[in-house]
Design a protein. Structure first.
Length: 729
């Protein structure tokens, strides 16, 4: 009893002192993050949640007091950037070995400031160790309107010798709730963005990758965290977070002894004990998150808007519809074949022809398949004797733009580049080499290699400035993990490699700011918001089976706007009609990858109509607001609608994937319309001579009715799709 009394008094005194301490607020239109400096000068998270209506209430906020068994009250709380070796016995954000061998770091608040930046307010907080010359600067950019917070950290020291970093999270966030649920996005080639959920219990759940490049092949750098309950589409509190890092990443979720949860997102320190030199600044990647109290649906819309406004390359620009040749010809083409495909592109009505892999390398290294030629970016004379200008001429004649595929970070050992510069490839000097897709990864830590990779883009643009688009591929993880350039500093390989990659991407964007680029990695193994600063869009998956695509696109749509997601109509799953395949691709940035010879006249006419519709509705589909309505994960169907910013136009997409016998087909209720407006419902994307099958077709409804009662757009026939244009009268 006595001990309990002492504990209560001590806690009360502590709270009294603490309530007068310095408080820092990071705030958006809907979220508040409050931090407070303790009397001892340490910085604690005191609140992360729905925005407080009365800012003055913040004075009551305190970090949780952790009782000790002896009745004393310790400093242990939700330390904002907890370091190893202190009162907290769980996972730290920062762990370093000082040059004298000491493994502890203790950070104290020094100062902070807030300033207006593009889109919001940046809070910069400086922390410093008193015993060692180590400083950490925490950055938080709060995007007010979009309710998104972007945060990262900088670590620096002025010890006499390098220190070794073994943990360097981008940030650290805490939650106190009875239950936590995690939705993760596992992946593999042709199985990207597969969603699964689990409850988090005591201990750690780690999502990480060790692939180096093609780094998100097995799991993607984003997650959804249900706080207090399961992750749900339309309700509940969910934190949706993503790391802007194209290399190895790690998310750690740890539930501690009293049921609090901490989240640590950052670079994966695996095989990366970072030797930080005196005065060198270690900048972590950006962690971007939104906290939604209305489920993932709202959270996704926050992120979509943020991405288009502040992050994605050319976030407000249009996107080019295209015809690609990879699924159609693979490596087997020549000038004439491509010229006729360009005419097919024109016939379809798309904007561009995109030439894929196989157009480069000569002689014994000729790229006939994926065994040779990567690294030798001269046009293949046998296939394309008149080079890139002739292709651009053919595109001009056909009346389409011309885009081209590259994979500039890689080399086939069977190439002139490798013969000339074997030291430019990441490979082990003293072991047998193993290959992934017969290739090796170039050593981007080496500035000379960075220059070379940049020159791949630059030379192509110089060969013909009419080149209007790049598809930048990356098909191999880092194998034979040894950088000839880094010598004794192999522990920096995974990090310096990605920093080198960004140096190249930055340079490309600086020199060619208006050239749109597709980020591709053997499908969708690169899908992060740092790379997407340099790319207008990404390739979601080589799996273009429209049924599978419904799941994949549903998954990626959680974090990315449709504008960033490329979807092509191909011959995968011929059981599905061309209409169904096209309707699925039309939810995202539309493209084709098939020959018109595979289509009937009616199918070609259908595609022409669908392309024209898509282009007309592009402002609504790519720039509008997305509402996911019916999940393929929960039902046998899928539906979503987009609404233009002024609510004058909406497009509804509905798919019957695998309906069951005698299944009850319920109306789909639209979202995001203006309840007081009246809308005309019209089914579009119909096969020639087909009549609309929807009962609602041609009728006018109020927005209120469409959202409360809805319309019947599902059928009992599998692989049926409907695209519905909804126009305010
Ligand atoms: C993998 C990509 O995902 C495909 O679209 C295609 O470009 C091939 N690489 C070419 O090698």
């Amino acid at each position: 009893m006595k001990a309990k009394h002492i504990l209560t008094c001590a806690a009360a005194l502590w709270c009294l002192i603490a309530s007068h301490a310095q408080t820092i607020q990071v705030t958006t239109s809907e979220t508040d993050l409050f931090m407070k400096v303790s009397p001892a000068g340490r910085l604690y998270q005191v609140y992360l949640g729905e925005k407080l209506a009365n800012p003055s209430d913040a004075e009551h906020l305190d970090w949780p007091v952790y009782p000790s068994s002896d009745g004393s009250v310790s400093e242990r709380g939700w330390e904002v950037y907890a370091c190893s070796g202190n009162e907290d016995f769980f996972e730290p954000a920062l762990a370093m070995q000082h040059s004298d061998g000491n493994l502890t770091t203790r950070l104290y608040y020094e100062s902070h400031e807030q300033k207006a930046v593009e889109g919001g307010t940046e809070t910069v907080i400086r922390l410093r160790d008193k015993a060692y010359p180590v400083a950490v600067t925490l950055h938080y950019v709060a995007y007010t309107k979009e309710n998104v917070i972007k945060t990262w950290s900088e670590i620096v020291h002025s010890e006499k010798k390098p220190v070794t970093l073994s943990a360097y999270a981008s940030t650290m966030l805490y939650f106190g709730a009875d239950k936590y649920f995690l939705t993760e996005f596992s992946s593999d080639w042709a199985r990207e963005a597969q969603m699964s959920s689990q409850q988090l219990q005591y201990g750690k759940k780690v999502i990480d990758t060790k692939l180096g490049s093609r780094a998100a092949m097995h799991t993607h750098p984003f997650f959804e965290l249900g706080i207090g309950g399961e992750v749900e589409e339309q309700q509940g509190t969910v934190l949706m977070g993503t790391l802007g890092w194209t290399g190895n990443f790690r998310f750690t979720f740890e539930v501690d002894n009293v049921g609090n949860l901490r989240l640590l997102p950052g670079i994966n320190p695996y095989a990366s004990l970072y030797q930080l030199k005196p005065n060198e600044v270690f900048t972590t990647p950006e962690f971007i998150f939104t906290l939604s109290n209305k489920g993932t649906s709202k959270g996704s819309r926050n992120l979509h808007e943020w991405a288009r406004n502040w992050s994605l390359k050319d976030g407000h620009g249009n996107r080019l519809t295209l015809l690609n040749n990879w699924e159609n010809t693979a490596f087997d083409f020549n000038q004439d074949i491509l010229a006729s495909l360009m005419k097919e592109a024109k016939k379809l009505g798309v904007d561009m022809f995109l030439l894929d892999d196989g157009w480069f390398a000569n002689g014994k290294h000729e790229r006939k398949d994926d065994h040779a030629g990567l690294g030798d970016w001269d046009v293949n004379h046998a296939k394309l004797p008149q080079g890139l200008p002739a292709l651009c001429n053919a595109a001009d004649e056909a009346g389409v733009k011309f885009g081209i595929w590259i994979e500039p970070e890689m080399v086939n050992p069977n190439s002139e580049l490798f013969e000339k510069h074997p030291e430019w490839a990441i490979t082990l000097p003293n072991r047998e080499t193993y290959y992934y897709r017969n290739q090796l990864v170039l050593d981007l830590a080496n500035p000379k290699v960075q220059d070379y990779v940049y020159s791949v883009v630059d030379n192509i643009m110089k060969a013909d400035p009419r080149i209007a688009f790049f598809k930048w591929d990356c098909n191999s993880p880092i194998t034979n993990v040894y950088s000839p350039y880094l010598n004794q500093h192999q522990h920096q390989l995974y990090i310096d490699h990605i920093r080198g990659l960004y140096n190249v991407m930055r340079r490309v964007k600086e020199h060619y700011p208006d050239v749109p680029m597709m980020l591709c990695s053997g499908g969708g193994a690169r899908c992060d918001y740092e790379a997407l600063k340099y790319f207008t869009e990404f390739w979601c998956s080589d799996n273009t089976d429209p049924v599978e695509r419904c799941y994949i696109q549903w998954g990626f749509s959680q974090f990315f706007p449709s504008k960033a997601m490329c979807a092509h109509v191909t011959s995968w799953n011929k059981r599905a009609s061309v209409k169904f395949r096209t309707d699925v691709a039309s939810m995202c940035k539309l493209g084709f990858d098939m020959g018109l010879k595979d289509l009937t006249d009616d199918e070609i006419k259908y595609c022409q109509t669908a392309v024209a519709n898509w282009k007309r509705l592009q402002p609504c589909i790519l720039d509008g607001v997305q509402y996911r309505l019916i999940s393929p994960y929960d039902t046998n169907h899928m539906a979503l609608n987009y609404v233009s910013a002024d609510k004058s136009k909406a497009v509804l997409f509905a798919y019957d994937l695998h309906p069951r016998f005698k299944e009850m087909l319920r109306n789909v209720k639209l979202q995001g319309l203006d309840a007081s407006k009246r809308y005309m419902v019209k089914e579009i994307n119909l096969m020639p001579n087909a009549q609309p099958t929807l009962e609602a077709d041609g009728k006018i409804f109020s927005g209120d009715y469409l959202m409360k009662v809805g319309i019947n757009v599902f059928s009992a026939t599998e692989l049926t799709s409907h695209v519905v244009e909804i126009t305010a009268q």
